[in-house]
Design a protein around this ligand. Structure first.
Ligand code: BG6
Length: 314
């Protein structure tokens, strides 16, 4: 059998177009029709669709934000800080910078590229980064697998500068049918810092986490697999992480949404942020050292409870 026609050309499945604002975006496609979009603005994933063309990430319809401000939704990258401390902007500068396509990415392990359509992006220090004067290279690979899974791999290197520390999060806006119908499994019994109570430390009680008011927490030392079950849509997101000890969970609920310029009043119902992150203990890199943080999100059509659902095996 001649095999050339049957071979999926993953490179050809990557297309570069312009965003509405003239900034390059990369469209990744897989053979079954799933797709993902990544903008050079912030290195942000702005869309991830399954093979039926259904959007899996939330993005707000209220587009008041112009670059360099990140689009409300998708997966903004929070680096070198999460939230606000010191003189840096909230969630750091990475999401507000224009990234470049990395023409010369160092090789990754075969598993991280095989059978996938992917793009490699790069962020380096720029003139205006006087507030964070460190010698870093941030390489981001976004890939879409044949089974539709979305993977983000961040590699941050100290390029022979002084040691520096950072915190990090993949601020992942999952699209949900109705926040009141959703639950998270995998964070039960963990300690968390509650941002609504001056970062006070609490221990999660009870079963799965459900939502009936604003939630803004960082779960500490979380397992590497967490599931988000959307009962109404019969869809479960499975979030796998490596190198990212914490999970930040956020939903602004009604009152906070009303104060946000780039979120419609009732859109909080359709979103839930479950962010693989390194927050409580910042990462420190000495000259020449590199850190890797990996996130993989997949979707299974199910709302089985944890009794039927072995998170460890997924
Ligand atoms: C969350 C934070 O992760 O991000 C919240 O915990 C914050 O406190 C939210 O409000 C959104 O942040 P931003 O900067 O994108 O409006």
């Amino acid at each position: 059998m001649g095999h050339s026609a049957a071979v999926w050309d993953y490179r050809a499945a990557t297309e570069i177009t312009k965003d509405w604002n003239g900034i390059d975006k990369i469209v990744l496609r897989n053979p079954r029709g799933a797709s993902a979009r990544v903008s050079l603005s912030g290195g942000q994933v702005t869309s991830w669709r399954n093979e039926q063309g259904e959007e899996l990430l939330f993005t707000s319809n209220k587009v008041s934000s112009k670059p360099p401000k990140a689009v409300r939704g998708g997966i903004p990258i929070c680096f070198p800080q999460f939230r606000n401390c010191g003189s840096l902007e909230q969630h750091g500068f990475a999401r507000n910078k224009i990234w470049t396509i990395d023409g010369n990415p160092p090789p990754l392990s075969p598993n991280d590229s095989q059978g996938k359509s992917f793009v490699d992006l790069l962020l380096k220090p720029s003139e205006d980064l006087k507030c964070w004067p460190h010698s870093f290279e941030f390489r981001l690979r976004v890939s879409l697998a044949a089974d539709g899974n979305l993977t983000l791999i961040s590699r941050i290197r100290n390029v022979n500068g002084k040691p520096f520390s950072f915190s990090f999060a993949y601020h992942t806006y999952l699209s949900v049918s109705d926040i009141s119908e959703v639950r998270i499994e995998g964070l039960e019994t963990l300690d968390y810092l509650d941002n609504l109570c001056q970062k006070e430390r609490f221990t999660e009680q009870g079963d799965a986490i459900t939502f009936e008011s604003e939630v803004d927490r960082v779960y500490l030392s979380a397992p590497n697999v967490v599931a988000v079950l959307d009962h109404e849509r019969k869809r479960t997101y499975v979030v796998r992480k490596e190198g990212l000890p914490d999970v930040a969970v956020w939903n602004p609920w009604e009152k906070k949404s009303k104060s946000m310029v780039d979120l419609r009043d009732s859109e909080y119902k359709q979103m839930l942020c479950v962010n693989g992150a390194a927050i409580e203990k910042p990462v420190t890199l000495k000259p020449g050292e590199e850190w890797t943080g990996r996130l993989e999100v997949s979707v299974v059509a199910s709302t089985l409870s944890s009794e039927h659902f072995d998170l460890q095996r997924m």
